[in-house]
Structures are given as C-alpha cells and as structure tokens.
Write a protein that binds this ligand. Sequence first.
Ligand code: FAD
Ligand code: GLY
Length: 373
Amino acid sequence: MTVSQNPEGSGYDLAVVGAGVIGLACAWRAAQAGLSVVVLERDEPGSGASGVAAGMLAPVTEADFGEDALLRLNLDSRGMWPGFAAELEELTGLPSGYSEPGALVVAADRDDAEELRRLHTLQRRLGLDSEWLGPRATRSLEPGLSPRIAGAILAPQEGQVDPGAVVAALAHALVDAGGELCSGAEVIALHTHSGRVTGVRTAAGDTVQASRVLIAAGAWSSEGELGAEAGAPEVRPVKGQLLELRVRRGGSLPASRLVRTPRCYVVGRSDGRVVVGATMEEQGFDTTITADGVFRLLEAAYEVLPDIGELEFVRARAGLRPFTPDNAPVIGPGEIEGLLWATGHGRNGVLLAPLTARRMVEALRGVSTVVSA
Ligand code: FAD
Ligand code: GLY
C-alpha cells in the first residue's frame, strides 16, 4: 500500500477509516464539499457488512417497538435515496440497483397473523404507509405465495438497492470527486498532538497526516488500540447469514416485491439473483456458515414461496452488523478534537448511508471552515 500525502504536503483534510457503504458515502460527500480526503481500508471496499447486505431500504417493515427516533432517521434517509441513487448513477455511469418494489410481510399461519396484526397496529399508530391484506388479496399481488398463507402487511413504499453495486459506484464517485482510496491499509493507531488529531498510523508503518479522522470501521469500530485510544462508542458485531440463489434459465423471480416473514426475507434482483436473509446471531466476530443457518433460512423462505426450491443455490455468506446498545447509529464528533464517528448502523446501514453522509458533512462544517459547499 502506498498512501500519498495530499498535494500541499500538509496532510489531508479528512482520513476515513473503513470503505464500507458508510465510510465511502461520507468520503464522497466530503470530497464533493471541497475537502482533500483519503479512505483507508484494510481489505477491499465492501469487504465488511456492506458487501453482504441484502440492500432493503425498508424503514416501515424494519420498524420495531420502542425505536421511534431510529424510525424517523430511517424514514428521512429513505426519502433521500431516489436522489442519492440518481446522482450516483449519473456521475459514474454505474448501476445502483435502486428500485421501489414495495414489500409484503407475510403471515405463514395464524400465529404469524396475530403477531403481524400487532405490528400493523404499531405501524398505523406511527403514521406509516401500510395496509393489512387477507390471503386472497395478498396472493393476487404475488401469485407465487403459498395457498396456505394467512394474510400480509403491504408496505408499498419500501425500496431496494444492490449494496455491492452501490459500494463500487461510491468508490468510483469518490475518486472522480478527487478523493483517494487505499485498499490493504489497516489503521492501527491515531496520531494526536496537544489533544487534537493529526493523523493515523497503519499496520505497514505508514503515517497518514490528516487534520480530521472519521472512524467508519463498522463492527470493528471499537476494536484494538485504535478503538481504545479514540474512546470508541460501544459497538458489537451481530452476525447475519444470508443465502444467494439464482433463477435458472427460462425461470422468473419468485416474487416481484420484497417478501418478508417473521423468520426471513427474500429479495429478488433484476439480474435473476435472489437473496434470502438473514440470521441474527450474537457470536462475536465469528462468520462461520452453519448448516443450521442455511437450513432455517431455506425452510422459512420455502414455507411462503415454494418456488424457492427450484432456484440454483449459489452461495451462503455471513456479515457482521455493527450494533450499539440502543440500536441507534453514532454520527458526529468524538471526544478528541478532530475525531469523528459514523458507526453502529446495525440492520440499516445501507438505508442510512445518504443521511449519514449529509450529517457528516454538517458535522465537518461545524468543526471547520474548510468545507465550502
Ligand atoms: P462495513 O460495511 O462493515 O465496513 C467497515 C469497513 O471497515 C470494512 O470494509 C472493514 O474491512 C474496514 N475496517 C475495519 N477496521 C479497519 C481498520 N482498522 N483499518 C482499515 N479498515 C478497517 N442494511 C440495510 O440497510 N438493508 C439491508 O437489507 C441490510 N441487510 C443486511 C443483511 C446482512 C446479512 C447483514 C450482515 C447486514 C445487513 N444490513 C442491511 C446492515 C448493513 O450491512 C450495515 O449496517 C452496513 O453495511 C454498515 O456499513 P459500514 O460501512 O458501517 O460497515
Ligand atoms: N436489514 C436486514 C438485515 O440486517 O438482515
């Protein structure tokens, strides 16, 4: 890895640790705002949770009891996605996979129906756009659903992207905006002087000077010397196993909408890939694919969409969601001057990328007059 200092030789305005969807989105917006930016990624862009995620933009069907503030963030960011995706696609000529298929949360049986009716009541109380449908109305929308289903919540505004494509487009857009992206650059320590950040040190022994450092290292944000020195917020990994299937020649997607149940979700892509996710496991940094994980996801998807059984099995993957104790992300300045955080996005980091990047630029404006946009 070679990290060049910025052209003036005085260091970068901003060094970002981590090239997931969060670090890249923040870096892109900061570069657009006129900052000299470098992103340091220990592996490859998208090698963390962002490269594994399903890509649902689903604030309504992810809403949970007691998380009203998080819901408002999710809704705000959902509203930003059409413009964010269009700008990214136009600037780079690359796809994002953005679409607005809507979602059905399907009750496989009467027990599920009881649970989902409670969830629907919550959604209505929160003023969300959702509707309860009986089994016949549900199957008229998605004929591939099992005749045994007991109804569904329709959330017509839910969207999706292809997170791998978004990461690739963001990396491209960052470089086009004048930013630098260094793969294979593991950051192991902060440099500080007189109580403020002056840069970072990498595992290869390079020093990267920067007047501000943004830690966007996902589930690893509070790890090691870097996390300890930086006074990291509490972030823990929550493992998610996810299956990738593919429509066979002449076949079609099992559903045109996002289909969810209390046990799984199914996301179809326009190129014929179908994602079935995901487990939620407290297993530390373990990313082992287990027989139990694969079995339960397939069983849950097959229960409501029997055509899943006809698809080609491509691979199973696991990623680590960065979770905070209250499930809300941490976005903004840290305790050391010049240090910023964008981490802890849990189940909704892809959804929250546009809003996080906007807030980060606002935070950068708050600590400096360099940002011009
Ligand atoms: P990451 O993508 O994990 O990126 C962190 C990066 O930092 C990594 O590339 C890592 O290599 C790098 N790094 C770590 N330490 C260092 C270091 N010391 N030096 C340099 N680099 C370092 N969200 C949604 O919105 N919709 C979904 O449908 C969805 N589905 C999901 C399904 C699964 C199975 C999983 C696991 C997650 C899903 N998520 C979803 C959540 C989403 O993936 C995460 O919230 C989001 O990707 C977090 O992005 P990030 O950039 O913070 O972290
Ligand atoms: N938001 C879907 C997941 O985290 O699995």
